[in-house]
Design a protein around this ligand. Structure first.
Ligand code: FMN
Length: 158
């Protein structure tokens, strides 16, 4: 199974998380600028932070337009959302929700959803059926939990 991680990152936090996950999963890790390669992978992991008030990370804005044109049928897809639940609790990790909305009807199988337990926020569109769409990391407020969250998630994705 060929795994590709595509990330968009403004200050390097999501990039760091993508690289850590990539090492553990033996995945190719690429900036979202390389999103046109997505069809080469059996499992695609989309990693993004959230900016503005629930906006997609800048590089992903263009990346998502390209992703929408790709054939994702039969692909397993997972998400990594990076955000700040304390300062942006009304739009916590909305970025992953924005990507999911655009590709959910493209024949993908979503893998790696996680429980919202242990996070404190008031609203997030990064949730489906009560669980986060993927691995959710908050380096601003819960960096001490990041290692454990990554490890647990890797096991579930494997
Ligand atoms: C101006 C600004 C707006 C932000 N908006 C959100 C937001 O709406 N939701 C959220 O979860 N995090 C938000 N964040 C937090 C960032 O997503 C967080 O700092 C993240 O770690 C940045 O990752 P990156 O360096 O990979 O882009 C915001 C941060 C800043 C500075």
């Amino acid at each position: 199974m060929k795994i590709g991680i595509f990330y968009g990152s403004t200050t390097g936090i999501t990039e760091d998380i993508a690289n850590r996950v990539g090492t553990l999963l033996k995945a190719d890790v690429m900036e979202v600028a390389e999103i046109s390669k997505v069809e080469e992978y059996d499992i695609a992991i989309f990693a993004t932070s959230t900016w503005g008030m629930g906006d997609l990370q800048d590089n992903w804005q263009e990346g998502l337009e390209i992703l929408k044109t790709k054939n994702l049928t039969g692909k397993k897809v997972a998400f990594i959302g990076v955000g700040d639940q304390e300062s942006f609790g009304d739009s916590f990790v909305d970025g992953i929700g924005i990507i999911y909305e655009e590709i959910k009807d493209k024949g993908i199988t979503l893998i790696g959803q996680t429980s919202t337990d242990g996070y404190s926020y008031s609203n997030s569109t990064g949730i489906l059926d009560g669980d986060f769409l993927g691995l959710v990391i908050d380096e601003n407020n819960q960096s001490n939990l990041t290692d454990g969250r990554i490890k647990l998630w890797i096991e579930s994705v494997r």
